[in-house]
Design a protein around this ligand. Structure first.
Ligand code: KG4
Ligand code: ZN
Length: 367
């Protein structure tokens, strides 16, 4: 990985799933602007992301979102309604964009926009891996340590599409040590909320319902341990991986056998279900930290907003004697500041190879 230029200003673009986002970041960590248009309301009636709707919405929104990010970063005294000044482009050194993993029909919108801009402006294009960017999101907060003080680190990325543990001995080096073999943690939250009638997206709804529970049965749900010999493990160790699909099935049977009679029952079930996911994530994180010598546990992705998970990971990090690095709430979910940040820090596909990139929906990290 090339060393970053400390003052490099990058315009980042992110459209891997259902957020159209753009941001301007200086030197890898200083966020000058970050704009996110969330499509949640568009997908709500369907209880999940509909790729066709997502793609169409990205096409409609991405130019305006980029324009707003540029205005936020370069308008004099931060006036948000300032007329766009083409001279602002002179302040941008490179254009960075997510090229995978994600939904192909969503990724293609951001990648095409970024290629077009880079060619038109004669600026370098940098292709970014979305998962690697989620890890970088922990360095975007003013209170975060400089990245140079955080390595070697263990990272946990938990979102609606991903749940994985990645070891980073130093910047730019990624080694996958564990992952979910089926559903991502966020997906498990979303499916449970649907079954419990709590709405979409499910994570925040379960988090809220669980907080209101007076008591719950800790042993009500399986703790996400995958079966040994599961072919999806590949070269990974079973004790470092999780499986959440059984959890959702257990909930389905439980609701069928004993339908909840009131809100208190629902809260109790939500709390037990949340605890099972959190316990699985905390236990694997504990093991991952025990197996190596790390200075930090870095946690990114939408599920890292979960209050109980934050609390448990704090204990895990304290007991292991490592620093817990959590992204600021606005950088937990999908955003473009993490894309521009990682690019400004020296990551991603650079040079002429970047212009030749195609979308990579199943892009892997650290194999
Ligand atoms: O990172 P993100 O915004 O998008 C993806 O890349 O998937 O994550 C979205 C996921 C959703 O599944 C949502 O339910 C979950 O993050 N989530 C939460 C919470 N807030 C969002 N899960 C648990 N507790 C929360 N408070
Ligand atoms: Zn994400």
């Amino acid at each position: 990985m090339k060393l970053r230029r400390v003052d490099m200003v990058v315009l980042g673009i992110e459209t891997s799933c259902d957020e159209s986002a753009a941001a301007v970041v200086r030197g890898g960590t200083e966020v000058l602007s970050s704009v996110v248009f969330s499509q949640v309301a568009l997908h709500q009636p369907y209880g999940g992301v509909v790729p066709e709707i997502a793609s169409r919405s990205h096409v409609e929104k991405i130019s305006g979102v980029i324009r707003d990010a540029m205005t936020g970063a370069f308008a004099p005294s931060g006036a948000t309604d300032a007329a766009f000044d083409p001279a602002w482009w002179d302040g941008v050194d490179a254009v960075a964009v997510t090229y995978g993993p994600g939904l192909a029909s969503s990724l293609i919108v951001g990648l095409s926009a970024a290629k077009g801009l880079a060619l038109r402006l004669k600026k370098p294009l940098i292709g970014i891996n979305h998962i690697e960017a989620h890890i970088h999101s922990v360095f975007l907060s003013p209170g975060a340590p400089p990245p140079s003080e955080a390595f070697p680190l263990m990272a946990l990325v938990v979102s609606g599409g991903h749940t994985c543990w990645i070891e980073m001995p130093r910047p730019g080096v990624y080694r996958l040590t564990g992952q979910t073999l089926d559903d991502a943690a966020g997906e498990a939250f979303d499916k449970a909320a649907k079954l419990l009638g709590l709405g979409y997206p499910g994570g925040p709804a379960i988090d809220r319902a669980a907080a209101a529970a007076k008591s719950f049965d800790v042993a009500a749900f399986p703790k996400g341990a995958p079966r040994r010999g599961n072919p999806a493990l590949g070269a990974l160790r079973a004790e470092m991986c999780v499986s959440f699909s059984g959890l959702k099935t257990a909930l389905m049977y439980r609701l069928r056998e004993a339908p909840p009679e009131n809100e208190e029952h629902i809260a109790g079930i939500a709390a037990a279900y949340q605890e099972a996911i959190v316990a699985a994530l905390a236990e694997r994180s504990e093991r991952a930290l025990r197996d190596g010598c790390y200075r930090a546990l870095a946690v990114g992705g939408g599920v890292s907003l979960n209050r109980r998970l934050r609390e448990r990971l704090r204990q895990v990090a304290d007991e292991a004697g490592v620093r817990l690095l959590l992204a600021e709430p606005r950088f937990c979910g999908d955003n473009a500041a993490m894309i521009a940040g990682l690019a400004g820090f020296g990551g991603g596909v650079r040079g002429s190879a970047a212009l030749g990139l195609d979308v990579a929906p199943a892009l892997e990290t650290g194999w």
